[in-house]
Design a protein around this ligand. Structure first.
Ligand SMILES: C[S@@+](CC[C@H](N)C(=O)[O-])C[C@H]1O[C@@H](n2cnc3c(N)ncnc32)[C@H](O)[C@@H]1O
Length: 285
């Protein structure tokens, strides 16, 4: 992290990952990650409903596809993307300039604790960027304080693994028969906001009202064909092979290839996925 960015010590592990190897991988494969979740973009932008004069905050903006989209809609306003990863923000900045989106700006910061100007935004959005906070109530309270009263929060978060065939298939293959304990419920990670009851509790405790969850299911893209998807998948989940002996490794890779091949289609390798689009409002006092 840059020496000026303040990170909550409890988020240090996330900062190390996102401002390190994981963020570098996402930055390098920005197009792929954007394409993987592209089917959700129209739903997400419809829910965000950005108006021309809006000031938009994009939390965990990564390489900035959603920040740029929001900034285009906020033609007389602006969008600020905030993220832990310097490498992803470099891509976000370069793309905004290349695409002539001059009302988008980017900041390396921990959204849980960054001192945003009070009530300075009309809408806060996030596409899978809000599930990694060590203290989600504190984080959403901080984000809420950055919204004007009546301002809206729109997030896209993963539903439980049961609805995300890609996650089940990859983790099952790469586990190679080992029991793989997931993180405790609610611990920072992709599925920390999968439980609607928890989402309502966290956002309620953080001071948000009118919490609404809308389910969406789409096919998620992982590569042109099984070999392409295997490279991509291993770049992301390859750490799961750690600790396997040669036979275990062979089994894991064979199983991974088998599931990827079984999911090949004319439109590439695709798996069922499921998200919530979560809307909430900062109440007018
Ligand atoms: C799964 S990626 C999603 C990136 C982007 N929103 C997209 O849709 O491509 C999660 C992002 O959240 C960011 N992130 C995680 N914890 C954060 C925090 N405390 N403050 C700001 N960003 C955070 C990560 O650096 C990462 O870029």
């Amino acid at each position: 992290m840059s020496s000026t960015a303040h990170v909550d010590p409890a988020n240090a592990e996330q900062a190390q990952a996102w401002d390190g190897r994981e963020g570098a991988y996402w930055a390098e494969h920005a197009d792929r990650f954007d394409r993987a979740v592209r089917p959700y973009l129209p739903h997400f932008l419809a829910a965000a409903d950005v108006s021309p004069a809006d000031r938009v905050l994009d939390i965990g903006c990564g390489t900035g596809e959603t920040t740029r989209a929001a900034a285009r809609r906020a033609s007389a306003g602006r969008a600020l993307g905030v993220d832990l990863s310097a490498a992803m923000l470099d891509v976000a900045r370069a793309r905004a300039v290349a695409e002539g989106v001059l009302n988008a700006a980017f900041l390396q910061a921990d959204a849980q604790v960054h001192a945003f100007p009070a009530a300075a935004f009309d809408v806060a959005v996030s596409r899978t960027g809000t599930m990694f906070f060590a203290d989600p109530v504190a984080a959403f309270r901080n984000i809420g304080a950055a919204l004007r009263p009546g301002g809206r929060l729109v997030q896209l978060v993963w539903q439980e693994p049961a609805g995300n065939a890609w996650f089940l298939a990859f983790t099952r293959a790469l586990a190679a028969g080992r029991p793989m304990a997931g993180p405790p419920p609610g611990a920072p990670g992709p599925f920390s906001l999968a439980d609607p009851a928890r989402v309502r509790t966290v956002l309620g405790e953080a001071g948000f009202a009118d919490v609404r969850l809308e389910p969406h299911t789409e096919q998620m893209w992982f590569g042109e064909d099984a070999a392409d998807a295997e490279r991509f998948t291993l770049g992301l989940h390859g750490w799961m092979l750690d600790g396997l002996d040669d036979a275990g490794r062979r089994r894991a890779l064979d199983d991974l290839r088998a599931t990827l091949t079984a999911h090949e289609s004319d439109e590439g390798v695709r798996y069922t996925s499921a998200v919530w689009i979560v809307r909430a409002v900062r109440p007018v006092a």
